[in-house]
Design a protein around this ligand. Structure first.
Ligand code: HGY
Ligand code: MN
Ligand code: MN
Length: 426
């Protein structure tokens, strides 16, 4: 059976759902929706209503992940998981994460309506903490589904000093129930996520969809530099212990290290907090973050070592203190070759070539890969812009992605999980 797909109609529906969720934010003038906030609650309820309207049975786990279940072969049958995240960065675009949840709901609704009765079930998952922008951890909700949640992260604090544990309780969750959120690996077939590319490749290739080969590993550091406050008008330059200038030199050092790398390494100083923060006081303490990524874990780890050495040299030269702590580390995850092939065939059914590309952005698939094989479908986005209100994917491309997921599900059998010929990891 080939399920008829109306790409324009699917795209229009996806665009409408993206707009609806894009309006749920902590501020009316831009989109910011952090984990376990009132706006997360509102968005989760909105997604739950979409799932119920699409014929899914809805539940919510101890980390706030909304789960839409379709079990035509009964609750004990193995499951395909399809999902993404509904939390955002600050001043975000509307498509990052949300698109994967919307497309999962549209695809499962379509295959149900077509009368498909696969020998497996499908859960659509809406994760609440992929970005890691409120608490120090990231991927915590998909980690809970994968059974690899780190209880130590419950003590992580947000900028108001609220711990993850306190925020979960305030959200109506029981941290003691987190372990029960884990899927039984023996009953999960695979995890598939559709996501905007957040890069320029598909646009350059003039293709609406791509298949992800691997998700780049990443490290996130917090660096505290301490110097001595002083009067901006009276302390001679040679006598200063200026924490900000030390931090600035360290930031340039990590940029230099990334630029010199041959594996496309990227380094970002996304946050810098300066104390005391008066215009006429020499900064005495600076805390800044480094986000470092590479397609090669060994080169990323070498870069971390080099940066640590450089930071200490700079601190010594300037008579400053420096403390470096890594608060996030995730390895590069290869996507399962069998899933890549199936996604590529689904796109080919629609008359398109699906370029293969690695993901520089992190995704929930990195956590889910500890539970089951992972596949990702990328959707072209305008100018490759993301983590920016200008982020955009066209209704046509979103419709094409929904149709590709429908084709993927329609043709999905129970692949070999033991690494059989078709399923060996890349
Ligand atoms: O940071 C990332 O790569 C993702 O958007 N969380
Ligand atoms: Mn993101
Ligand atoms: Mn994302």
């Amino acid at each position: 059976m080939t399920i008829p797909v109306d790409i324009a109609a699917l795209g229009a529906r996806a665009a409408g759902m993206i707009e609806e969720l894009g309006r749920i934010s902590s501020t009316p003038d831009h989109l910011t929706r952090f984990f376990l906030t009132p706006e997360h609650r509102q968005a989760a309820d909105h997604v739950a209503r979409w799932m119920a309207a699409a014929g899914l049975t809805v539940s919510e786990d101890a980390l706030g992940t909304v789960r839409g279940h379709w079990h035509p072969a009964g609750p004990e049958a193995p499951r395909l998981l399809i999902g993404s995240h509904i939390d955002t960065v600050a001043n975000a675009g509307k498509y990052d994460g949300t698109l994967g949840v919307v497309l999962g709901i549209l695809a499962v609704e379509a295959v149900q309506k077509a009368g498909l009765t696969p020998p497996y079930g499908i859960d659509v998952l809406a994760f609440g903490d992929e970005e890691g922008t409120r608490f120090p951890t990231t991927l915590s909700s998909s980690a809970a589904c994968a059974g690899v949640f780190q209880p130590a992260s419950l003590g992580g604090l947000d900028s108001d000093g609220v711990s993850l544990a306190e925020a979960l309780v305030a959200y109506g969750k029981d941290p003691a129930a987190i372990a029960a959120a884990a899927y039984d690996p023996s009953r999960v077939i695979a995890y598939v996520e559709a996501h905007i590319e957040q890069g320029p490749v598909l646009e350059a290739e003039a293709e609406p969809l791509g298949v992800v080969t691997a998700i780049a590993g990443a490290s996130r550091l917090s660096i505290t530099v301490t110097g001595e406050a002083g009067h901006a008008g009276t302390v001679p330059m040679r006598m200063r212990r200026d924490a900000l200038l030390g931090a600035a030199e360290m930031a340039l050092a990590v940029e230099r290290i990334a630029r010199a790398d041959r594996h496309g390494m990227v380094a970002t100083v996304g946050r810098m907090h300066v104390e005391p923060g008066s215009v006429n006081v020499i900064p005495s303490r600076v805390v800044f973050t480094v986000d470092l990524r590479s397609g090669s874990d060994s080169s990323r780890r070498e870069a971390l070592t080099r940066f640590e050495r450089e930071a200490h040299r700079i601190a010594d030269d300037r008579h400053l203190g420096v403390v470096i702590s890594a608060f996030h580390e995730v390895a590069t995850v290869p996507c399962y070759r069998d899933l890549q092939l199936r996604l590529r065939n689904a796109v080919a059914d629609l008359g398109h070539r699906a370029p293969e590309l690695a993901s520089g952005a992190g995704h929930d698939g990195q956590a889910m890969s500890q539970l089951c094989p992972v596949g990702m479908l990328f959707v072209r986005c305008k100018g490759g812009i993301s983590h920016n209100p200008a982020e955009y994917a066209s209704p046509e491309d979103m419709g094409m992605a929904a149709a590709a997921l429908i084709r993927f599900i329609e043709r999905f059998q129970l692949p070999q999980r033991d690494g059989g010929t078709s399923g060996a990891q890349t």
